[in-house]
Structure formats: C-alpha cells, structure tokens
Design a protein around this ligand. Structure first.
Ligand SMILES: NC(=O)c1ccc[n+]([C@@H]2O[C@H](COP(=O)([O-])OP(=O)(O)OC[C@H]3O[C@@H](n4cnc5c(N)ncnc54)[C@H](OP(=O)(O)O)[C@@H]3O)[C@@H](O)[C@H]2O)c1
Length: 252
C-alpha cells in the first residue's frame, strides 16, 4: 500500500489516464478527490471505488474556473482532513493553427491546460505546507517538445507546463516536490480527437502506434504506473523533472 494515509486530488479523473490513476491510487490506499465535468462518469467511478472499500469523492466542475479549483481543495480537507498529492491531469486539445483557431478556443485551451494548474496549486500549496510535505504532478505531453500540426494552443500550453513545474519546484522545495509527466500517444478518447486533425484518423493512429519503438499505443495503466511512482515516497529525491513516457517515439 504505497499511498496509505495519503489524500490526493486527481483532475480529469472521469476518463482515460486520470481514471486509471484514480483506480491505482485508491488500490494503493489513497483517499482520492475525483474531478471532472461529467457527473455520470464521475459518480459511477466514485461508486465503483467505494463499493470495493476504497475512499473516493467526486466533485463536478470545469477546472478552467478558479472557484472549482478552490472547491476541490476544500473537498479534500472536508472529506479526508488533509491534502498530500495533487495530480493536474485534465486537458483539452483545442485543435487549430494560430490563424484558424478562434480566440475563444485558444483562451479555453490555455485556461484548461495551464491556468487550472496555477489555480489548483495556489489553493493546494498552503494546505501542503501545513503538513510540511506535498507532491504536485502535472500531466503535460510530448507536445511540449515536438510540434504537431494544428495543435498550436495545445503545444504552447503543454510546453508552458514543463517550465511552470520547474519554477514551482524551485519556489516550494524542499517541502513540496513538483514534477511533470510527458506522455506520448495513449489509447484514450483524446487520441482519437487529436487524429481528427488529419485526413485519415484511423490510419494516423495506427501509424502513430507503429512509430513507437514498442509498436503500440500506451495504455492509461502505463501512465498510472509512472504517476504512482512519482507521487509515492519512493520518488522522494525527484523534483523539478519532466518524465517522457512515450514508447520511445521521441527517439525517432
Ligand atoms: N491521450 C494522449 O495521447 C495524450 C498524450 C499526451 C498527453 N495527454 C494528456 O493527458 C491528460 C489526460 O488525457 P486523456 O488522454 O486521458 O484524455 P481523456 O480520456 O479525454 O480525458 C480528459 C479528462 O480531462 C477532463 N477535462 C477536460 N476538460 C476539463 C475541464 N475544463 N474541466 C474539468 N475537467 C476537464 C475530462 O473530464 P470531463 O469530460 O468529465 O470534463 C476527462 O476526465 C490530458 O492533459 C492530455 O492533454 C494525452
């Protein structure tokens, strides 16, 4: 039980990688605040986890609004008494190039992918400081390092996350460890949305899988394994780092 007695917030817990992380963290003893907009998927996950004896509580809301982030931290303290771990995993693609994305869509994407991390950290850090310890893990992307056509706001927000995390590690160490993970193509609904930017989505996803050195897409559980390690005490000397987890696709 690597997360016994720990309380975590996971954003984007209603789908894909966030859901896999929630299941993994709860199975390792953590009490988890689940965040997402979809009430049905969020409540279903809360029910599944609690029926198995785990501790989980779903809070619905759009994390691009600052008040929702404050509510997540309050829910952690109210339900579980403290806050040890925050995983800022929720993200949005916001497809488009600089000339064809609307200003509204650009702002929504930056707010969801970047501002929300600023907001949630702002409320979470004082609570972690009260415990004298805490961990923040942000889900970025290989898009921080490699460009993808028609992903202007996505690439910009994910690169900014890597820089923000290093800066936060500097400001809040040694009390709080702050890291990012940078996944490659992972088998979640988002990869299919991303493929829509290309003429033949099925072919592009298959080619992408073949382009990895491991010849497959990542599975949400692959990412949950790395996240679990990085938020656990086994990673107590790791801070300010960005971890690529991409089946080797960036090597090419
Ligand atoms: N899939 C990939 O290939 C890939 C690769 C690299 C990085 N990533 C990153 O990994 C993270 C997880 O993505 P995924 O692939 O697991 O995608 P996913 O299955 O589509 O899940 C996205 C999650 O984000 C939540 N979300 C999105 N916008 C939100 C908002 N405004 N407020 C609250 N929650 C919001 C969604 O919840 P609701 O629908 O309930 O709102 C959902 O739980 C994202 O940050 C993504 O950029 C993905």
């Amino acid at each position: 039980m690597r997360l016994n007695q720990k309380t975590a917030i996971i954003t984007g817990a209603t789908s894909g990688m966030g859901k896999a992380m929630a299941e993994r963290f709860v199975s390792e003893g953590a009490s988890v605040i689940l965040s997402g907009r979809d009430e049905n998927r969020g409540k279903d996950l809360e029910r599944n986890l609690t029926q198995k004896g785990g501790k989980a509580f779903f809070v619905a809301g759009d994390i691009s609004h600052i008040s929702v982030n404050e509510a997540l931290v309050k829910a952690a303290i109210h339900n579980f008494g403290k806050l040890d771990i925050v995983v800022t995993n929720a993200g949005k693609l916001g497809l488009g190039s600089v000339t064809n994305i609307s200003v509204e869509k650009w702002n929504e994407t930056i707010c969801t992918n970047l501002n929300s991390v600023f907001y949630l950290s702002r409320f979470a850090i004082p609570e972690m400081q009260k415990n004298g310890k805490g961990v923040i893990l942000a889900n970025s992307s290989i898009a921080a390092f490699k460009s993808f056509p028609n992903h202007a706001a996505y690439c910009a927000s994910k690169a900014a996350l890597v820089a923000l995390v290093k800066e936060m590690a500097l400001d809040y160490g040694p009390t709080i460890r702050v890291n990012t993970i940078c996944p490659g193509p992972v088998n979640t609904p988002m990869i299919w949305d991303s493929a829509k930017a290309f003429a033949e989505p099925d072919t592009i996803v298959q080619q992408t899988a073949n382009n990895t050195l491991m010849k497959r897409l990542g599975e949400p559980e692959d990412i949950a394994s790395l996240a679990l390690f990085l938020v656990s005490d086994e990673a107590s000397w790791i801070t300010g780092s960005a971890y690529t987890i991409d089946g080797g696709i960036l090597v090419k």
